[in-house]
Structure formats: C-alpha cells, structure tokens
Ligand binder design. Structure first.
Ligand code: GTP
Ligand code: MG
Length: 369
C-alpha cells in the first residue's frame, strides 16, 4: 500500500515536470528568431535599488565627522598637532610592546608602593638595632637589593597616564583602540570591555614599550562602587608618577555632576588632564536615524543636503552645550571606537596618542628610589 502511494507520487512528479518542460519549450519556440530578450522587471528593480544605494551613500557622507568637530572646537595654534607630532606618536604606539603589568584593588598593593613600604620597614628595623646586636647577616641585609619577590621591572619609574570616567564611558575600549596587537594588525583586546556598566573593578596597568604606563580605572557614577572610588582618589592624590589623566565623557550622556567633581579634584591636585568625548558615532547616528525614516518616502538629494545641514548643526549644538558645562576652559578630544554607516572609520585615537606622549614628555619623573 505504502509502496503504491509512493509510486503514484513519483509518477505524478515526473508528469508535472515533463509538462513544465514542454511548456517552456513551447514559449521559446513561439519567439521570433531575431527578437531581443525581454527585459525582466527584475532588471528595473535592480536599477532602482542601485540608485537608492548611491543616494544612501551620499547621505551618509553628509554626516558631520569627528574631524569636523575638532575643527569646530579646537583652538587654533596650541591645540593643533603638527604632522611630525602625529607621525611620531603613531610610530611609537604602533611598534610598542604592550604588557599588562599589574591589576590591583588597593593602592598599597601597587608593586612599587609595596616595595617602598617593605624597604623602609627593613631600613627602620636595621636602624633601630643597637651596635651589639648587629651581625654579618644584618650588614648584608643593609646592602641587599632584595625586592621582596617583586619583579624589578614592575618597580621601575615610568610616567603614568590614568583613564578616568563614568562607568560605561568607554575607558577600556579606548585603551584597546590606542594599542595595537603586535603581528595581528588589528585592534587590541588587552583591556576587558563589557556592555555592563561597572565592569572594570580594579586599576589595571599596561606598560607601553617600556616608556610609559597607561592605567585603566573602575568607572565612577551610578554603577560605581565606594571602595573603587577610594582606590581611584587615592591614586590621584598620592601617585607621584602620574603624568596626566584622560577624562572620558560618554557623548550621549554629556557631562554629569561626578565628572565636574573629578575635574575639580584633578585641578586642585595640579594634574594635567584632557577631556575626551567618546561614542561620537552614537550621537551622529541618533540624529541621523531620523533621516532614514524620511528617506523611505523620497529620493530627493537636495532636500537631504538641507536636512543634513540642520542635523549637523544640532550635533554641534549638542557638543557646544556639553563643552559649556565644563567647569573651566579645557582641551577636548572627540573619539569613536566603534563605526556605523555614518561614521565609517575609527577616529580620535591618533590625536589622543599625541596628547599622552606630550604629557609624559613634559613630566619630570620624581626620583623615588
Ligand atoms: N558606539 C560606541 N560604543 C562604544 C564606544 N566605546 C565603548 N563603547 C561601548 O560601551 C560599552 C562600555 O565600554 P567599556 O570600554 O567597557 O566602558 P568602561 O568605561 O571601561 O566601563 P566600566 O569598566 O564599566 O567603567 C561597551 O559595550 C562598548 O562596546 C564608542 O566609541 N562607540
Ligand atoms: Mg572598563
């Protein structure tokens, strides 16, 4: 029974495919020999979509770029980097070896701080010994260059640059953008990144080419933790090697009260710092996504040029407001560590590299040991 049903199905299929085949033959035969192939509606459709794509590309090119923002907000002269400064900074960062040196949750545990503490304890123990109690062992101990199990490289004095900002501002992402994964020619993944605010819990120190250190920090603000806040403030107040700080502001969120507090704190402690507006891509796409809605109904490029001008003005206005709310006049940078259809390349990190090197070069490293 099953077999016969199967056979019947098979035979039906054969018949129908033969029919289809013969009907195609029939149509072909009906065509005059020299007639041109009929243009399928599909072709017209394809042409239309190419037009729409060209238009979309043009519209995307109309969006303001981070470069435009720099031109708008950077002061002429002192803030603009020379091509030589730019090239030197890129050469340094592109060729530097990067190493995560330490990850700590308590200021006293930073390798050189710990070493200094243990070393002074050793010295005071020896100083307090009376002459009769001193043995050869103590004399050797006094001369010893013992580092208490801490790798000597970790206590070497280098200038440090701290990345600060609200949770989720993009600190760890920017660190990865500034660094290059050697031999891989791609964005590094040295620092851990997450959508979850409050992800970085410790101070994480990266040695860059044996010349400087970049320090990632736990974010402050809504999802920040009090102990982590103490850690960061301790670091700012006590760290003699701190050559400068980068304060990251999520461009969409703008400047918040905590940012103003931390900026004032840096100012009071006379620490050089720069403000970086991150996620510029998000702001641009937020304003421009409305263009997509309009785009559905029209293919008029001139109208889009006009609309894009007004969107760009609004974006400039968005940043103007943020910059005005800074507590004092301040050098600002713009960066996007992600791309989208309006912001197609990563930007800002090259200028930030120069700022980091400037801070380190101008910094007089204290003689600590
Ligand atoms: N669109 C866009 N997203 C970004 C950018 N930078 C970071 N992000 C995203 O923002 C989220 C937070 O980034 P992180 O680098 O972990 O932020 P963080 O400041 O280190 O955060 P905490 O460690 O929690 O303080 C992640 O989902 C990133 O992918 C950017 O420039 N553009
Ligand atoms: Mg982080």
């Amino acid at each position: 029974m099953v077999l016969s049903i199967l056979r019947r199905t098979v035979s039906c299929n054969v018949v129908s495919s033969q029919r289809r085949y013969s009907s195609v033959n029939y149509l072909t035969a009906a065509l005059a020999k020299d007639s041109k192939p009929i243009e399928a509606p599909l072709y017209v459709k394809k042409k239309k979509s190419t037009l729409a794509k060209q238009l979309r590309d043009k519209i995307e090119g109309l969006a303001i770029s981070t470069k435009d923002l720099e031109t708008k907000f950077w002061l002429e002269g002192e803030d603009v980097f020379t091509p030589q400064e730019m090239n030197q900074a890129q050469a340094f960062f592109n060729s530097a070896d990067v190493e995560l040196e330490w990850t700590i949750g308590n200021y006293e545990e930073i390798p050189d701080v710990k070493y200094k503490r243990l070393d002074s304890k050793r010295k005071s123990t020896l100083d307090n010994l009376d002459a009769f109690s001193k043995t050869e062992y103590h004399e050797n101990l006094a001369k010893s260059r013992k580092t208490f199990g801490i790798a000597p490289g970790l206590i070497r004095t280098l200038p440090e640059v701290l990345l600060l900002g609200n949770t989720n501002a993009g600190k760890s992402t920017l660190i990865n953008n500034l660094l290059v994964k050697k031999n891989a020619n791609k964005i590094a993944d040295y620092a851990y990144v997450s959508k979850r605010a409050g992800f970085t819990k410790t101070l994480n120190c990266f040695n860059i080419g044996g010349k400087l250190r970049l320090v990632d920090s736990p974010g402050y603000g809504e999802f920040g933790d009090e102990d982590q806040g103490t850690l960061v403030l301790d670091y700012i107040q006590k760290r003699e090697r701190l050559a400068g700080a980068l304060i990251l502001i999520d461009s969409e969120a703008g400047i918040r009260e905590e940012d103003i507090n931390i900026l004032s704190h840096l100012q009071e402690n006379e620490i050089k710092h720069d403000v970086i507006f991150t996620k510029v891509d998000s702001v641009i796409s937020k304003y421009y996504s409305r263009m997509n809605q309009l785009q559905k109904g029209s293919l008029d490029l001139e109208a889009f040029v006009e609309i894009s001008k007004s969107y760009n003005d609004r974006i400039i206005n968005h940043f103007e407001k943020s910059i005005e709310s800074l507590p004092y006049s301040q050098r600002v940078f713009f960066s996007n560590s992600m791309t989208n259809k309006y912001t197609k390349t990563l930007s800002g990190y090259k200028q930030i590299r120069v700022a980091i090197l400037q801070n380190c070069n101008q910094f007089q490293i204290p003689e600590e040991f």
